[in-house]
Design a protein around this ligand. Structure first.
Ligand code: NAD
Ligand code: MG
Length: 299
């Protein structure tokens, strides 16, 4: 082989920006386009190799962050992709729709609030109708708002976190399963918070533990139908979830500092896990929680 044909080694310490970051508060849900530095969702870097050719995927929270990275990678691997997001995130979502279409794949924009059971049911129906089926479901949308003490955590906030992170996953999955054929895959986004909860994320961390257990139980339940279910557990990833109230701003400014790699992950760095868990190559992998956290080793 000609040495110039070799794929260059990528030093994981330098594969993304390291702190310190600037102060950059946003209102939730926040926009990726407002972040500095801009997150890398694989827009210019992700190269597909036909691993999901012809698949039909629904990704919640597909406008930004980890969901956007998964949506871009799925399209580059040959899938048609529907994304859900909140109406306030239309500008981020438009960028993703354009990127999917640039691959010659079908892109379906389905804005709406997943804290409504009725919307969750119609979301799945609309996605399956527009795509002509459903092979991959990524339950990735999430709400994270820190509260330093239980006395500052309102019932409304607690309820909203559970509705967004746990109930919506249940409602969307319940609507999707009857549409799925053997070989289909469900991927839920949990978190390192499921195994190593922070004191200021009481509601959020406990939803992420619920997602992990739900995924493992559902994997056993759906194995006889040939549907695989796995969860991804990210550590610190550079997304608007964090800068829009997910963490105190001081923590955002030093985000990823305590990871052994010394920096936060960029969404593009986790997309490959979502691709593998959706593809035939992981046909014996179900009921797993795959952690990507820069080396802290929670799971
Ligand atoms: P993000 O803000 O880019 O994505 C979260 C998305 O959730 C938003 O884009 C929004 O579209 C969606 N969402 C929130 N409330 C909604 C609602 N009511 N209806 C519809 N959509 C709603 O941030 P992200 O970090 O990419 O988050 C994706 C997932 O990753 C979340 O489940 C999050 O908990 C998880 N996660 C993130 C990190 C991290 O450090 N960024 C770490 C562990 C887990
Ligand atoms: Mg968003």
């Amino acid at each position: 082989m000609n040495p110039s044909d070799r794929k260059p080694l990528l030093d994981p310490r330098d594969a993304g920006p390291a702190p310190a970051f600037s102060r950059q508060p946003q209102q939730p849900p926040g926009l990726a386009s407002e972040m500095r530095p801009l997150p890398d969702h694989g827009e210019t870097s992700y190269r597909g190799s036909g691993r999901l050719q012809g698949r039909k995927a629904l990704v919640t929270g597909g406008d930004s962050g980890i969901g956007r990275a998964a949506a871009i990678a799925y399209a580059r691997e040959g899938a048609d992709v529907a994304i859900n997001y909140l109406p306030a995130e239309e500008s981020d979502a438009r960028e993703v729709i354009a990127l999917i279409e640039a691959e010659g794949r079908k892109a379906v924009a389905l804005p709406g609030d997943i804290t409504s059971e009725a919307f969750c049911q119609s979301l799945v129906e609309q996605a399956a109708e527009a795509l002509g089926g459903l092979d991959i479901l990524v339950n990735n949308a999430g709400r994270q708002q820190f509260a330093n003490h239980i006395s500052e955590l309102s019932s409304e906030a607690f309820d909203l976190t559970y509705k967004t992170n746990v109930y919506a996953m249940f409602w969307i999955t319940k609507a999707a399963v009857p549409l799925m054929k053997p070989g289909a895959a469900i991927i839920n986004t949990s978190s390192v918070q499921a195994g190593k909860p922070s004191e200021n994320l009481l509601d959020y961390a406990s939803t992420k533990a619920a997602i992990a257990a739900f995924s493992q139980a559902l994997a056993k339940q759906l194995a006889p139908q040939g549907i695989r279910v796995n969860a991804v557990a990210p550590g610190p990833y550079w997304t608007p979830l964090q800068s829009s109230g997910g963490q105190p701003m001081e923590k955002v400014m030093s985000f990823g500092e305590s990871a052994p790699l010394g920096r936060p992950g960029q969404p593009a760095e986790i997309a490959g896990i979502y691709v593998l868990l959706a593809s035939n190559e992981s046909s014996y992998t179900t009921g797993q929680i795959w952690c990507s956290d820069g080396g802290s080793g929670v799971f």
